[in-house]
Design a protein around this ligand. Structure first.
Ligand code: 5GP
Length: 140
């Protein structure tokens, strides 16, 4: 995969406001925050998208994410937050290195704005889709 700015941040070639680091994970403040305290959590492994990430890095991220969410909310006083993870350019991913956004949501509305054009799941389509996903999870 192509080198990204996040690999350079992991190597310390580009500065960041670091909030957490271990063998597999780095967390730092987003340079273009949607709200105060907007934090990025990344694996050191340079996987482009979540589906390409190793189980080891995924486990390391999963272990520390709740702790980082607690820390961001405690430090900012935000009463709510969104955890966002974009995969692919069509899904708004700009930096092709897996990252989770922790975005505090404040009473003034600052934070992540979401449109959620919900449909209604058809029963037959639900049965087919669930089976299609189940069989792939089982075979992975
Ligand atoms: P994406 O749209 O890929 O999910 O989000 C990428 C995020 O990375 C953006 O919120 C952007 O502000 C942030 N970002 C891009 N370059 C840098 C950088 O050099 N330093 C930091 N701290 N954040 C960055």
């Amino acid at each position: 995969m192509a080198e990204t700015i996040f690999s350079r941040i992991v190597r310390g070639e580009i500065p960041c406001h670091r909030v957490y680091e271990d063998d597999r994970v780095l967390a730092f403040l987003d340079i273009g925050p949607l709200s105060r305290g907007h934090t990025l959590v990344i694996p050191k492994e340079p996987a482009e998208t979540l589906d390409r990430l190793s189980d080891e890095s995924a486990a390391a991220l999963g272990r520390v994410l709740p702790r980082l969410v607690r820390a961001v909310m405690a430090a900012t006083g935000a009463p709510a937050c969104n955890v966002l993870q974009n995969n692919g350019r069509d899904a708004h991913q700009a930096v092709m290195h897996v990252h989770f956004h922790i975005i505090p949501k404040y009473p003034d509305g600052s934070g992540l704005g979401i449109t959620w054009p919900a449909g209604r799941l058809d029963d037959e389509e639900g049965r087919r889709m669930a089976e299609a996903i189940r069989s792939r999870v089982a075979g992975d």
